[in-house]
Ligand binder design. Structure first.
Ligand code: FAD
Ligand code: SF4
Length: 490
């Protein structure tokens, strides 16, 4: 053997990263299941199951190909690598550039040689060149450049369908009693069962743990959901937990799928006329726009960015985040129950329910970030940090997003069916049955009015405060709501 190739659990693709061109005759493959990763935090068991079982399946597929594979359990990744170095006489170690600052430092200090990270469509230096050139880092500007650079959904120099953006067509509320096609279920095999037993966990059938399963999920999305993806992408309903979202983020993030494969499949479906432009554009925007932008911003903004707390939010994490029984708010109860069940909800509950509540209650951003990291199936440091600190709770003072995503109950009522059976009323901002979102939205604006008045995108909302004749009463109610949320009785 000439070298060790170290494969982190988020780079499980045979054709990319350090495995590209790897040779079973000269390359020893190492995967490390570190205790820091498994027991270091209060991880959702479905998430651990998915990550570990995917890695073990991947290790097996490499063995089947003729590779010598060492899959070790150790206290930390570095301990695992040291263990292997003793057994294999200190072979040089190669790995793809890691996806978090912490792992980058640890592996670099251990002398690991990196190959460029090609798990994204945008090399890190290219993103930096774009960002260095911007006054404000608008995703929309980045996205348009990506469309041209990658030549996706373009008619020559013009955007397909004569518009860069079909967001206005993609904001439909949920239809009544919406069923949609059946969900794809993934059967469990021996490796899955072994991992499930070790974790004392009964896994769902929602998440695949193999490349074949991930490809089946991609095909299922293309065949059954892609055409309807766009118009309902922001809707939330108790009738259907996924609507037409692709459920591909876990595989994109652990490497079982590469973004270029998903983009190619989407482009093909559109060019064959199988999907309307608003769905094609909406989905491509998420992939070549948001996903690439968020990864680029993570590296661009640096390791200290995650510690931002510009709104000085210091409330402890509310009990309802860990216990859906600790709230009467129908939307929050349903969302946290869904997360407990399968470690996933789509982008609107993440943004407009979970993050919005953390934002307007003044919850400490790092406590909220830690919780989000622990409970989502697709949570990685590079994607959670900008999404939570920048987009979700505006803790960076607007470095990433020009205004906070704060909203009252009216938005949630419009985009979901949660409010119909809730004890609270989204239209009320004071009184015992006032919707906590509505009360706290105004209270939040009032608490930060000096800061937001300087922001031209917020000034109209701040101005709205002046029209509230019941502001003193509302402020009293807000204190009751905050105390009730902390006590788990609101
Ligand atoms: C506060 C907050 C936290 C989030 N945390 C994560 C996270 O930890 N991991 C994660 O992968 N996504 C995260 N997202 C983005 C998005 O919610 C998920 O990617 C999406 O819900 C995954 O489901 P899906 O695969 O069905 O996505 P679809 O709706 O089908 O979208 C397709 C793909 O686009 C990509 N994408 C869309 N939006 C984003 C985004 N804002 N950032 C990065 N990729 C995006 C994902 O890869 C996703 O699979 C977060 C968004 C918010 C607002
Ligand atoms: S009324 Fe308020 S708390 Fe109840 S479901 Fe609607 S938004 Fe949520």
């Amino acid at each position: 053997m000439k070298r060790t190739i170290y494969i982190p659990f988020d780079h499980l693709h045979r054709e990319y990263g350090a495995l590209k061109g790897a040779d079973p005759k000269s390359d020893l493959i190492v995967l490390v299941e570190s205790a820091r990763m498994t027991t270091g935090r209060n991880w959702h068991k479905e998430r651990l199951f998915f990550l570990i079982s995917s890695a073990r399946h991947f290790a097996q597929s490499l063995r089947d190909e003729g590779f010598t594979v060492e899959y070790v359990k150790a206290a930390t990744t570095i301990d695992g690598l040291k263990q292997i170095a003793k057994q294999h006489k200190g072979l040089p170690i190669t790995c793809v550039e890691p996806s978090s600052f912490r792992q980058y430092e640890a592996l670099k200090n251990h002398g690991v040689e990196f190959v460029p990270n090609d798990f994204f469509l945008t090399p890190r230096p290219l993103f930096k060149a774009w960002a260095d050139d911007q006054k404000s880092y608008l995703m929309e500007n980045f996205y348009r450049k990506q469309r041209v650079r990658l030549n996706i959904l373009m008619d020559g120099k013009e955007p397909a369908g004569d518009s860069w953006n079909f967001d206005k067509d993609n904001r439909l509320p949920p239809p009544k009693k919406y069923e949609g096609p059946a969900y794809l279920e993934h059967k469990r095999d021996e490796i899955d069962l072994e991992v499930a037993k070790e974790l004392s966990h009964t896994p769902t059938t929602t998440w695949a743990t193999t490349r074949d399963g991930a490809l089946a999920q991609l095909k299922n999305f293309m065949d059954n959901h892609f055409a309807d993806f766009g118009p309902l992408e922001d809707a939330m309903t108790t009738d259907n937990w996924a609507l037409h979202h692709s459920l591909l983020s876990p595989y994109l993030n652990n490497g079982l799928l590469h973004a270029s494969e998903v983009v190619a499949a989407a482009g093909k479906a559109y060019s064959k006329g199988k999907v309307p432009i608003e769905s094609a554009e909406g989905f491509i925007r998420q992939l070549i726009g948001w996903r690439e932008y968020v990864n680029g911003m993570y590296w661009f903004l640096g390791p200290d960015y995650r510690e931002n707390n510009q709104l000085q939010a210091d409330r402890k994490l509310l009990p309802l985040f860990t216990d859906p029984g600790a709230t009467k708010m129908n939307c929050m109860k349903a969302t946290v129950t869904d997360i407990n069940e399968r470690a996933w909800v789509h982008h609107i509950p993440r943004l407009m329910l979970l993050s919005n509540l953390a934002l307007i209650t003044g919850t400490n951003p790092q406590e909220f970030l830690d919780w989000m990291r622990e409970v989502f199936i697709d949570a990685s440091e590079w994607v959670m940090v900008p999404n939570v600190i920048g987009m979700g709770v505006h803790a960076d003072g607007g470095q990433m997003m020009t205004k906070p995503y704060s909203a009252g109950g009216a938005y949630i009522s419009r985009m979901s069916n949660y409010c119909k059976s809730c004890v609270y009323n989204p239209k009320l901002r004071t009184g015992e049955t006032a919707c906590p979102f509505t009360t706290l939205y105004w209270d939040f604006l009032d608490r930060h009015k000096e800061t937001f008045a300087k922001n031209h995108r917020m000034s109209q909302q701040v101005f709205g405060l002046k029209r509230l004749s019941d502001l003193p009463e509302l402020k009293d109610r807000a204190q009751e709501v905050l105390a009730g949320l902390e006590a788990g009785i609101i």
